[in-house]
Design a protein around this ligand. Structure first.
Ligand code: GDP
Ligand code: ZN
Length: 465
């Protein structure tokens, strides 16, 4: 990615039609665009005030009418001069408005923004740290309310503050250690007098706490991918409907009607659960036509990537030879939940049984009996713990950094252990591990983050963000 400092422009609202649509421009000299595109009748826009006016072509003909807002640097999203043109939310009229801005801005080097470039500039101008910038994308992509709440927490800086707090505490401890290193004759007493061990213990506990909040929050972001497999007519679509609470899949008594996979996202306690309803895994030999065969192939591809395989059987009929064939094809290493459905017909009671091959659950999808047993088992599998702590919608990268920092603190603790002889080198190593832990934590907020990683992070944003 090539980030220069030229002014940039993009449509900031989602593609498609909507009540309003926004073209956003950021950079130096946006006044030139205001003069050319906004019919201000000679007046300048009052910063951060909405002014209703015409957006015009070079010949004065009107493109649209709407609101123009000028945010002067540094009081803007990006920290640069920003101009927002809010017009009507049609794709054609917005494209016309954007094209007009680019034409009018040719003289000042205005160009189209790359994905995430507005937010990248906000980061470079210290409007947001890296964790907050990531939270912008996560808030936009949140698929449940709980995920959106956690993303909003991170965006407000709660996660960054928690991490910064750890960094500050480690910095304090480092200052103590390094001061002592300068006066070797005092080293022996250092660990005792400064309560360095006690400080380290408290920092480690605080770090573990942040990790728990981040790891739980990451579940809200990542969710769980479930493949729902089983013979036609065992009740897969009924189960999907029972979990989703509305009629998303077609329930029908005719075998093989679910032709392709249907992905439905439901939520359990705010965790997005992506369920792939399979094409009713019949063996290829049983497939009646090409379309069905392709459906079966796709299903098996999805099975390989699942977090959990839910294999559904008919409790009244018992396992069939086809069920054994399905089971034989499950990849090893992915946990399996075997659901025995239609217990209203078989006479079983709702129950859970942890067996070596799988967790067996007896339920009835159509009678809604035993559904909570399934929900709880899914939550247990991903390690969800109910908590009143606020959660941070962390990314994998954050968890890796927190873990690495924790490991460095563990090693530091060994160097400071009571039974180890506190000699020059041990105190040196203690200080070094603190420094490494601090670096890893700082990478979360982006203080020491290599440019190529920044490029990767921001390129995954949508255009206009
Ligand atoms: P799929 O082919 O596996 O998706 O199965 P469906 O969900 O389409 O269900 C097939 C038939 O079984 C439908 O007539 C459902 O109403 C019925 N069914 C599903 N679950 C139950 C259940 O728990 N008890 C009874 N008695 N019938 C069920
Ligand atoms: Zn079905």
């Amino acid at each position: 990615m090539n980030f220069d400092s030229a002014p940039i422009a993009a449509i900031a609202t989602a593609p498609g039609r909507g009540g309003i649509g926004v073209v956003r421009i950021s950079g130096k000299n946006v006044a030139a665009i205001i003069d050319a595109v906004c019919a201000t009748k000679g007046k300048s826009l009052q910063p951060r005030h909405a002014t209703y006016l015409d957006f015009v072509h070079a010949d004065g003909s009107v493109i649209d009418q709407g609101l123009a807002i000028h945010f002067k640097a540094p009081h803007s999203y990006t920290g640069e001069d920003v101009l927002e043109l809010q017009g009507h939310g049609g794709p054609v009229v917005l494209q016309m408005l954007l094209a007009r801005c680019l034409e009018a801005g040719a003289g000042i080097g205005l160009r189209l923004a790359q994905p995430g470039e507005f937010t990248h500039r906000a980061f470079l101008n210290d409007k947001l740290d890296l964790a907050q910038a990531e939270a912008v994308a996560d808030l936009i992509e949140a698929s449940t309310e709980a995920a959106a709440r956690s993303a909003s927490q991170s965006l407000s800086g709660a996660f960054s503050h928690a991490v910064q707090d750890l960094v500050d505490k480690i910095t304090n401890l480092r200052m103590l250690v390094e001061a002592t290193l300068d006066f070797p004759e005092e080293e022996i007493d250092f660990l005792e007098q400064s309560d360095a061990r006690g400080q380290l213990t408290r920092i480690r506990a605080a770090l573990q706490q942040v990790f728990r909040q981040a790891a739980q929050g990451a579940l809200l972001r990542e969710g769980l991918n479930i493949v729902l497999a089983g013979q036609p007519n065992v009740g897969k679509s009924s189960l999907l409907n029972a979990l989703a609470g509305n009629d998303v899949a077609i329930v029908t008594p005719i075998a093989g009607t679910t032709r392709d996979k249907v992905i439905e996202t439901i939520q359990i306690e705010g965790i997005p659960i992506n369920i792939i309803d399979t094409a009713g895994i019949r063996t290829e030999a049983q497939a009646s036509d090409e379309v069905e065969r392709i459906g079966i192939e796709r299903t098996w591809a999805a099975v390989q990537k699942a977090d959990v395989i839910v294999h559904m059987l008919d409790a009244a009929r018992g396992p069939t030879r086809e069920d054994e064939e399905i089971t034989a094809r499950f990849p090893s290493g992915i946990p399996v939940i075997r659901i025995w459905n239609k217990i209203d017909l078989s006479g079983h009671k709702p129950s859970v049984d942890q067996l070596p091959d799988a967790t067996h659950i007896y339920l009835s999808a159509s009678e809604l009996a035993g559904m909570d047993l399934l929900r709880n088992e899914l939550l247990r599998l991903i390690g969800w713990q109910q908590t009143s702590e606020s959660l941070y919608l962390a990314r994998e990268r954050h968890l890796v950094a927190l873990k690495a920092a924790e490991e460095h603190l563990d090693i530091a603790a060994q160097h400071a252990a009571h039974d180890s002889e506190v000699s020059d080198p041990a105190l040196d190593l203690f200080a070094e591990e603190l420094r490494l832990a601090q670096d890893r934590l700082s990478s979360i907020t982006g203080e020491f983050t290599p440019d190529d990683l920044l490029g990767v992070i921001f390129s995954r944003f949508c255009i206009g963000k």
